[in-house]
Write a protein that binds this ligand. Sequence first.
Ligand code: FES
Ligand SMILES: [Fe+2]
Length: 468
Amino acid sequence: MGSETKFAPDYRQSHIPPFQQVIADDPAPAPEVLREYSETDVPVARVSREQYRDPAFAALEEKRLWPRVWQFACREEQIPEVGDCVVYESPGASFIIMRSDDDEIRAFYNSCLHRGMKLCTHDTSVMKLACPFHGFTWNLDGTLAHIPSRWDFPDLDEKKMNLPEARVERWQGFVFINRDADAPPLLDYLGHLPAHFADWSYEDKYLATVIRKTIDANWKTCIEAFLESYHLAGIHAQALPFGGDASTQYDVWPDDPHVSRFLEPTGVMSDQLPRALSEQEILNAALNVVFAGVEPPQLDEGVKARHHMAAGMRAAMGEADGTDYSAMSDAEAADAVQYSVFPNMIIFRSLGYPYVYRFLPVRGDPNRATFEFLIFKPKPANGQPVPEVNLVELGEQDTFAGAGILPPWHGEIYDQDVNGLRQCQQGMRDGGNADIIYSAYQEVRIRHLHQTLARYLSDDPTEAPGRR
Ligand code: FES
Ligand SMILES: [Fe+2]
């Protein structure tokens, strides 16, 4: 399916070059993994809108999807010391992610084995895990440590009192958990991801900031908006001169049910503009949005807007990170290289976007989800401990632009997305029963998500990927 020479589906019609042609004449050439192209037909052309709004469907996901997938729960650097723990609220089950030994991380169900009390309500650091109700206490490895008035439980077998656990496996500092003993190992589940990030490690990065916002939209409505660039003209029209929507490459691999990606070039005009823009006009428009008021430089003969922008990104991020990025490819420096891990994680392989997104359903309400926007920074080279995560909770009225974490123009992009998602969900919820339909190429990643989702939700449990 992958091909050296094929850059776009045969049925594509656009006067704007596809990603592979865009990067072909970059002065700083893209690495091999960005020069791969994989086109895969995914037959899921439509789904019922009940999948986005029906509490019964959300309940089915809670029963068959979330307990069986690998979920990114936290970062290793969030629990550096033995006894540090993070509470991860997975859909339908709460977990304590515990550093139980120097190189051992465990995921305990967050519930007391006496009368069920939630053991931990927030991230903390403990010597032992003590239940706040009557004081049953467990060691960091989940074995029972103490029961007050032990004499009053004469029949209790202490060997059967270990805290129940989910599986824990790690990749590049991400701690994943899975409740299903039959699930494939994490590295199999992650498909193409480990190879594609072999030269782009999150191991060297730490989680600096989390911006968290609850959005009035189903978790799938949310993530799907980040799996395509097709909505650029509708939602982010200011980026049409340079956003690369028409050039974006969408890759789904036939043997990879959990991972997909897009490669969205920067500094390339949309095909939804009425006339062709010069490279200078593209640069002017981009700088006008990104640095309003800054006089754009005159591009030298033969220099493209994207090359200028890539150089600017290498310099700006180099200064911010105290790292020399001068040898980095233009595509890695300037473009949005973005992968998704089924069901709810997005991870970038881009200098300008050191980001991971996570989307989680709000329990009992299919019309709401929590969007977590994670920002990474390079770990200090001297091995110094990293600062604690800066958690920024955005309320109903709070905006990404107003939070002052992202550059204003970039915050505005996310505010546009949030407003669009809210309106999309309203229409989905209140607009009758017509099926939702997806385009063949630009929305192939959404088709892929639904194809995999259907396998997990099937009445036949062996349909789920990696099961026999
Ligand atoms: S419920 Fe935990 S000790 Fe009683
Ligand atoms: Fe968007």
